[in-house]
Design a protein around this ligand. Structure first.
Ligand code: SF4
Length: 326
């Protein structure tokens, strides 16, 4: 299996390839994680409505979200990575649905470890059995990403997610058992037609059982920018942050919106609260330009330098939110 996977293709995000000197690209903010995506010329067999890897999407399979993922031989990436592993703090491997996808994922992990790539690894996957979760954990995968994406069982069906809501919930519980509290990141896309309170309540429920939340603004490949209201996204970031700090939803939200005094407190002490607006996800997952246009607005902020540069604009955005929440 190891020889087979090393000769096989994987997709790698354009930003990660640029850091490996495999493409040339001007990037003001660089990825701190090396992002890989499982390869199939047909994309993923699932039919999620918002994903360009989906079997039902006509968009080229070299896209995911708003960026390009080129296919490269795994052994060529590993060769480059051996010299340049200091440039990355983590590897993220995103699976797709295809025959034997999880066996291939395990094979890829075994190959990375055999080649002495010891970087921490996150795997983002659809539900798999405990047997494979344990195998991945034993290979040093320390965080698991779960693309639940939608905020309710109805939206889950409407957007064509594979399996069922309850299969995902059981998977999340199994993953928590194996990877431990705060090591399971549930991916939620903001702006897939949910009522905001449905999303906030789901976040509270997931955090209460020990999950972490990675937020993504809904972005379409055509528009190349998030399609969700920035005020709603900022509110979701604020709520996520305080829920993770053990606040209850009712302490953060009143009449369905973030309490105004809380927004004012954040504006007055922005340096203290900057983490709210930094990309949420596994340690060192910053996803530059994955969902945002390089011209902004920056729904996710990619690190400390970016925060310093964006601060003034962020204050304006938060003032708008505060006015709106009067
Ligand atoms: S949060 Fe980031 S690093 Fe973690 S699984 Fe999701 S995309 Fe990968």
């Amino acid at each position: 299996m190891i020889r087979e996977v090393s000769e096989g293709l994987i997709r790698v995000s354009i930003g990660s390839l640029a850091l490996l000197d495999l493409v040339s690209l001007n990037m003001k903010y660089k990825p701190t994680t090396l992002y890989m995506l499982q390869y199939s010329p047909y994309g993923c067999l699932a039919r999620c409505s918002f994903c360009s890897q989906s079997f039902s999407s006509r968009v080229s399979k070299k896209y995911l979200s708003r960026i390009t993922w080129y296919s490269v031989k795994l052994s060529s990436i590993v060769e480059k990575l051996i010299d340049k592993k200091k440039l990355f703090k983590r590897i993220c491997f995103q699976t797709i649905l295809k025959k034997y996808f999880i066996q291939e994922t395990v094979g890829i992990m075994e190959y990375l470890r055999e080649q002495n790539i010891e970087l921490p690894v996150s795997i983002a996957t659809t539900p798999v059995s405990k047997y494979y979760l344990e195998k991945l954990y034993d290979l040093g995968v320390d965080y698991l990403g779960v693309g639940l994406d939608t905020a309710t069982p109805i939206l889950f069906i409407k957007h064509g997610k594979p399996y069922t809501w309850s299969v995902y919930m059981e998977f999340i519980e199994n993953a928590l058992e194996i990877f431990g509290e705060k090591h399971v990141y549930v991916h939620l896309i903001v702006g897939l037609g949910e009522d905001s309170l449905e999303l906030y309540s789901l976040m509270e429920k997931l955090i209460n059982i020990g999950c972490n939340i990675a937020l993504f603004p809904y972005t379409s490949i055509d528009k190349r920018s998030p399609l969700v209201d920035l005020r709603y996204y900022r509110s979701t970031q604020i709520i996520r942050y305080f829920l993770q700090k053990n606040y209850k939803l009712e302490e953060i939200v009143e009449d369905g919106i973030v309490k105004r005094e809380l927004i004012e407190e954040i504006i007055s002490n922005l340096d203290k609260y900057y983490e709210i607006f930094i990309t949420t996800g596994c340690p060192h997952c910053n996803r530059p330009y994955y969902t945002e246009n390089p011209k902004g607005p920056f729904y996710n902020i990619y690190g400390n330098d970016h925060f310093e540069e964006y601060k003034r604009r962020l204050i304006e955005e938060l003032k708008q939110l505060s006015k709106f929440n009067r």
